[in-house]
Design a binder for this molecule. Structure first.
Ligand SMILES: [Zn+2]
Length: 206
């Protein structure tokens, strides 16, 4: 894909003093950026659709869960968050359209995920229902809800998708995931409470 970048016609190798290859490459990058923006738009739409689809089946966090999370999250986060157990997290239907793009990459495989958050709606894999890991999983997903609260769905989707492309198409290196995993680790290993909201604001520079 994009192998036409170096396809300069003989005798047309410079334009306005800039090598044509540089101009073509810049155009190619511009085009890739446009496609990334498009994928972010699809993602934002998907988040909203999944939120609306699963919300009616969701329940609030139980009192005992809210109790152990109270030192880390503001009360409205714990009250507004809803969750549901699912057999599998499905990949977005817009993945079918990715084959039509002139950029080739392996998208994130959400089917392998234990949890996912669509604004205040959290989907948890049923296989984790009785797992000791469940506490950490809920904590991690609530960090994403805090990110949604601070950024809104559109900006969250933009940062998630651009973070994926700018970090080697590497899911754990997406900055919104990095901070979620870092805080999850802090939650698991430290007994001192901390404000997730303050940490996320600090990380995002807002
Ligand atoms: Zn995550």
């Amino acid at each position: 894909m994009l192998n036409w970048i170096s396809d300069n016609a003989p005798g047309q190798s410079r334009k306005n003093g800039r090598p044509l290859g540089v101009i073509v490459r810049a155009k190619a990058l511009e085009m890739i950026e446009e496609h990334i923006k498009q994928i972010a738009k699809y993602t934002a739409l998907w988040i909203q659709q999944q939120h609306d689809k699963y919300l009616p089946n969701c329940v609030s966090l139980p009192n005992n869960v809210r109790a152990y999370l109270t030192p880390y999250f503001e009360p409205e986060i714990l009250l507004e968050a809803k969750f549901v157990f699912v057999d599998i997290i499905k990949n977005p239907s817009f993945y079918n359209l990715l084959a039509n793009l002139p950029i080739s990459f392996n998208p994130i495989d959400f089917r392998l995920m234990d949890g996912i958050t669509f604004n205040n709606v959290i989907l948890l894999n049923r296989s984790k229902q009785n797992s000791p890991f469940l506490k950490s999983l809920i904590f991690h997903e609530l960090v994403h809800f805090v990110q949604y609260k601070l950024l809104g769905i559109t900006l969250f989707a933009n940062q998630y998708i651009s973070g994926f492309f700018e970090n080697g198409l590497n899911y754990p290196r997406i900055p919104l995931e990095l901070i979620a995993y870092r805080l999850q680790n802090q939650f698991e290993t430290s007994k001192s409470p901390f404000s997730v909201s303050a940490e996320v604001r600090n990380f995002l520079g807002i």
